[in-house]
Ligand binder design. Structure first.
Ligand SMILES: O=C(O)CCC(=O)C(=O)O
Length: 284
């Protein structure tokens, strides 16, 4: 954490942040080559998504309306994607980049996940959040990432979101804003988290006194925020003249499954099943 330059993060500080505040900021996690690959993949994924949705990127409000500013490299509903082989197959095909797959599944990310979750973890989801320029419709209201998993048909498991800034973040372009201490106390097992999860369902708007504590993550490109799936956060609209891009892979402690079918509700790619950290075999 802390100041400038690529260095080994303080894992303890990250864990303490996650458990205490519900999030932790890690400066300069990505290097220049990571950023370049992510920005290139991001551009290709946005282009492919908007072509499918028949939406021009020049109309920021329309982009925000049709995409919700969310762009997924591998859509969970594609046939055959759920297994490890299927996921890796999809992740090496256009518009995805091999270099980003190596980052997502490789040593640096696996170490971060292991320190945060205490286990090897599973890739649960992977998405870009791109706010087109000058659009009021690009704000995200206060929410917790796992709000949508409170449905009783989902077998909830705790997870983290690794929100990586691909551009310098400011209040003017819609930086992430978090409420420290708003997360359900960190549990690595779902059974203990569940009652607290259910109790907080109706409490997504922080009271005005709590708002004094909100933290705007004015972080630079290459830095990241690790969030508990239960911490309250929001982001403002992008009123700048440039796109605002973030990459947000999510990692669960166990597969997150639909109770009725036993299928993953998004992905469930076991990081520990991959052999050499940093050396992803795309043919496995
Ligand atoms: O990137 C952002 O501005 C916020 C994204 C977010 O909160 C989410 O995807 O849950």
């Amino acid at each position: 954490m802390g100041s400038g330059g690529l260095q080994t993060p303080s894992w303890k500080a990250i864990r303490d942040g996650l458990r205490g505040d519900g999030f932790a900021i890690v400066d300069n996690f990505l290097d220049g080559a990571d950023l370049l690959a992510l920005r290139q993949e991001c551009e290709a994924v946005v282009e492919a998504t908007l072509a499918r949705l028949r939406c021009p990127y020049s109309n920021g409000d329309q982009v925000a309306r049709v995409s919700g500013c969310i762009f997924q490299p591998v859509r969970p509903d594609c046939d055959g994607v759920h297994g490890l082989g299927g996921y890796l197959q999809a992740r090496k095909a256009w518009p995805c980049s091999t270099r980003v797959a190596e980052l997502l599944l490789g040593g640096k990310m696996r170490e971060l996940v292991k320190h945060c979750l205490g286990t090897g973890g599973f890739v649960f989801n992977d998405q870009y959040i791109v706010k087109p320029p000058s659009s009021q419709l690009t704000a995200f209201k206060w929410h917790r990432d796992s709000d949508q998993l409170c449905a009783s048909e989902v077998d909830y498991q705790p997870y983290i979101s690794v929100w990586c800034a691909l551009d310098n973040m400011t209040e003017g372009n819609g930086a992430l804003t978090l409420l420290p201490g708003s997360a359900v106390s960190w549990q690595s097992d779902a059974a203990s988290a569940r009652p607290e999860m259910d109790a907080r369902l109706c409490s997504n708007m922080p009271d005005s006194t709590a708002l004094d504590r909100q933290v705007v993550a004015n972080i630079s490109a290459g830095s990241l925020v690790v969030l508990s799936d239960t911490v309250l956060h929001r982001s403002g609209p992008n009123l700048s003249s440039f796109s605002r891009r973030a990459w947000m892979p999510q990692f669960s402690s166990k597969p997150i499954l639909c109770k009725a079918t036993g299928c993953p509700i998004a992905h469930a790619v076991p990081l520990e099943a991959l052999q050499e950290p940093g050396n992803v075999n795309h043919d496995s």
